[in-house]
Design a binder for this molecule. Structure first.
Ligand code: NAD
Ligand code: LMR
Length: 332
């Protein structure tokens, strides 16, 4: 369990620390928006060598913010230094998809990164470290990391699907004309990819079923679900860069729920345990209940109709296909 103690700095490591997401995320963490307004923070920032100058600029800015909670900042290109005694690790550094790259090529480039980082995490991080993998393909990168970090409990490694949940809640609110805090019960199942299943079958708007207000199942299938599945690509096309502000905000939400607890059910990609017929072996987004202190449980007993099952099995299949490719590369 992650017991926060405001007098002892929480050691937070961020990889890809000179990147776009980190630029929005670091001030949230250092200001106390994620772990609490009285929680001291030590930041350990990891980058690749060519980005160390840019990282130094980010560190200068962090110092210029004079955040009272920030006790120390380490900048490095060595995961063994970055992950030293880490309590929380956010892995945003990964190899981006380039035009013409197949999924296997992307997985291959990232296997080598997450293999090295898994070894380092296993060697030098706190055994209780809480990890959120953000760099894509995030669910499978989490799997590779866990494979090479055997002494870190699998349930301490997660991948980010809170952005997908926030997107889905935002769209339900927009489409039904309410505020986001009037929407409840939205869940994300599966992979952080276009195969994910943004599930509104049990969602409510002001306590009433959302599905009819969204136009019913057919409209949801033809319009709402693809909108969420392709939202990342749409932002990338419009901005020329992938989502960064909303990703950083979602990382903050994910960690806040996980570490501090949350009365609402939230979506996180976690090690599958056989729930909902998703066999062990992949990191899969489920609705989870965060009970505080860094513990969570996958919500059980959700009745799934044929409509939902079809989507859940498609995203499960994709994750197991990625798993086969990744494990072959891990063994090579
Ligand atoms: P970015 O390109 O701006 O930054 C990535 C940074 O990672 C770069 O500075 C790069 O130098 C660094 N990096 C690369 N390899 C590294 C390594 N081995 N160790 C440490 N750092 C390394 O990208 P971004 O916008 O910050 O996005 C980061 C990742 O997050 C991308 O993979 C993106 O696709 C993904 N993403 C995921 C979600 C999600 O919801 N899971 C949402 C948005 C973006
Ligand atoms: C997102 O969902 O915004 C990102 O995962 C998209 C991407 O490919 O970086």
């Amino acid at each position: 369990c992650q017991s926060l103690n405001s007098k002892t700095p929480l050691t937070v490591c961020v990889s890809g620390a000179a990147g776009q997401i980190a630029y929005s995320l670091l001030p949230l963490i250092a200001r106390g928006d994620v772990f609490g307004r009285d929680q001291l923070i030590e930041l350990r920032l990891l980058e690749i060598k060519p980005a160390l100058d840019a990282l130094h600029g980010v560190v200068m800015e962090l110092r210029d913010c004079s955040f009272p909670l920030l006790t120390a900042i380490v900048e490095t290109d060595d995961p063994m230094v970055a992950f030293q005694h880490a309590d929380v690790t956010i892995l945003a550094g990964s190899f981006p998809r380039r035009p013409g790259m197949e999924r296997r090529d992307l997985i291959a480039r990232n296997v080598s990164i997450f293999k090295a980082q898994g070894h380092a995490l296993d060697s030098v991080a706190s055994k209780n470290v809480k990890v959120v993998v953000v760099g894509n393909p995030s669910n499978t990168n989490a799997l590779v990391l866990s494979h090479f970090a055997p002494t870190i409990p699998k349930q301490n490694i997660t991948a980010l699907t809170r952005l997908d949940q926030n997107r889905a809640v935002g769209q339900v609110a927009l489409r039904t004309g309410v505020r986001v805090d009037q929407v409840d019960g939205v869940a994300i199942w599966g992979n952080h990819s276009a195969s994910q299943y943004p599930d509104v079958t049990r969602a409510t708007v002001n306590g009433e079923p959302a599905l009819p207000k969204l136009g019913g199942r057919q409209v949801v299938a033809e319009d709402f679900i693809p909108c969420i599945q392709k939202r990342g690509a749409a932002v990338l096309k419009a901005r020329g860069f992938s989502s960064a502000m909303s990703a950083a905000n979602a990382i903050g939400d994910h960690l806040k729920s996980w570490i501090l607890g949350d009365s609402k059910i939230v979506s996180m990609a976690v090690a599958s345990d056989g729930s909902y017929d998703v066999k062990r072996g992949v990191y899969f987004s489920f609705p989870v209940r965060c009970v505080g202190g860094g513990d969570y449980e996958i919500v059980q007993g959700i009745e799934m109709d044929e409509f939902s099952r079809k989507y859940v099995s498609a995203t499960t299949e994709e994750l197991f296909a990625e798993r086969i490719e990744a494990l072959e590369l891990c063994a090579a």
